[in-house]
Design a binder for this molecule. Sequence first.
Ligand code: ADP
Length: 592
Amino acid sequence: MKITRSLTFKLILSYLFIILISFGFVSVFLEKNLKENTLQEIKSSLVTQASLISNQISIQSIVNEDIPQLEALLDQLRDKTACRITVVSSRGKVLADSEESLEKLPDMENHANRPEISDALAGKIGFAARYSLTLKENMFYVALPLKEDGRILGAVRLSLLLAQAEELFGTTRTAVLTGVLIALGLVFVFGAYFMARTIRPIKDMIRVSRKLSEGDLSHRILPASHDEIAELAVTLNIMAQRVEDKIREVDAHNQRLEAVFHSMVEGVVVVDKAGRILSVNPTIERIFGIDGKDVVGRSFLEAIRNNDIAEVVDSVLREGKSVSREVPLVLPVCKVFQINAAPVFDGNSINGCLAAIHDITDIKRLETMRSDFVANVSHELKTPLTIIKGFIETLLGGALEDPQNNRHFLMIMQGHVERLNTLVNDLLSLAYLESEESVFRRERIDLHQLAEATLADRQPQWQKRKLTISNELPSGLYVFADKDKLTQVFSNFIDNAIKFNKDNGRLAVSCEDLGSHIKVCVEDAGIGIPEKDLPRIYERFYRVDKARSRELGGTGLGLSIVKHIIERHQGSVGVESVEDLGSKFWFTLPKE
Ligand code: ADP
């Protein structure tokens, strides 16, 4: 509004200035010309009149100085002209005057020295403008010589009140001024109209520019003409379109970044150069149990109370170099994190830091598990191999010829070879189950029948231990599973229930309906498992009593194979046990 007003004001001012200057010049010029022309007009009119009057004056009356005749003539002419008429002799004596009475004529001064008279008596046309002592007024005079045969006999003078000339001039000037004023008015009206038309698109541009500056980029200017302003409007429209496109592009880019930022598995935190948090992603909120909205603007250490991570961020802000470090976290969760922090530069100066925090707890655990596994496998292999090696050496050292022991030694070696074989088979099963290629061929299986067959296969074992066996699974209870794998599960549970049972103990296979799943339990009244071992019982090579397990031919891999098989069938495994009273191992499977 301010811009428009000032532009309007400036335009009006410049219009007025130009108009006033132009009309000022025109007026001055006109007045000067008018004055000159009016005077010239008056002069020539007076000369004409004087010439006409001189023609009517008889030369005889001049020569004879026949004053009454001249007075009579002037009396006749007085009403026909607005001028005063004076007739003088060649010596300058006033012979007649239209404004003076006959009686006063003798008192009148000699006019020979009056400039116009003296010019006329010299044969020229005399002009003069001066103050008349006789009439006490400014007068304009024109005098013509009265001649006969080239001889100057006198002069006739016409005088006009200058006020009369001024009046004439004034009338003309008023007319001119009126014209000028009307023109001025018209110029002003049309000027205002054209100015409004010129300013309207500029106002439109200001309005649209203001909308654009407020972030509303949907507005455009409609160019109403084809002039430079329209060109400017088109340019402004193109600019607005470009800005809108760019903003849309930046928005889309930001949205993509935001989506990546929010869906990242890594926790990301951005801090400014003073170490205050600018933003955190949901993973950080989850890890540290904080609300992103609450921590923005707060110092890093204050929001994420971890000295190690704060140190990493500090060193990045101080040194301007990326830092990568593993940081164990105890609170609020017991985890291991990999921190990768990089400086954010603004030109050459450090403007902040971006830290990506990756939860590597699982990787670490897997690494430990892998190294434990290798150590376990090596150990499991080493023991029987050492024993076999020892017996081979003994046999080669002469025991081969010892008929009392050689067979016994070979049988021990066979036992250990079998153990090795079982171990390798279990390891292969486990590797196969973990591999992507493992294929499960699912079919409809009657659980009662499967348990019955597994128990029947182990009849010698359980009979030897005098166990009471009961298969409480209802017949006609079906699941959809891989039969070989499920047989492996039943075999492991039942083998363990026999192995770790007490003589004359009990072994029962039962089930529970969990709605969507069936829970199958293998219960024994054996040695049970101490409470502290229960959480780790399904781990590879985990055995409560290693020596006893080995003695019983166990590898410590059976339960972990079961867990793999069941989980691949979308089920779960578990155990309940009381030391010395017995255990209940169970698995669940989705109903058919
Ligand atoms: P193993 O080959 O040693 O039987 P498993 O993985 O089948 O290996 O079992 C791991 C360990 O779990 C066993 O060594 C034993 O200590 C314990 N265990 C398994 N089943 C029973 C059970 N029914 N009663 C008591 N302990 C058991």
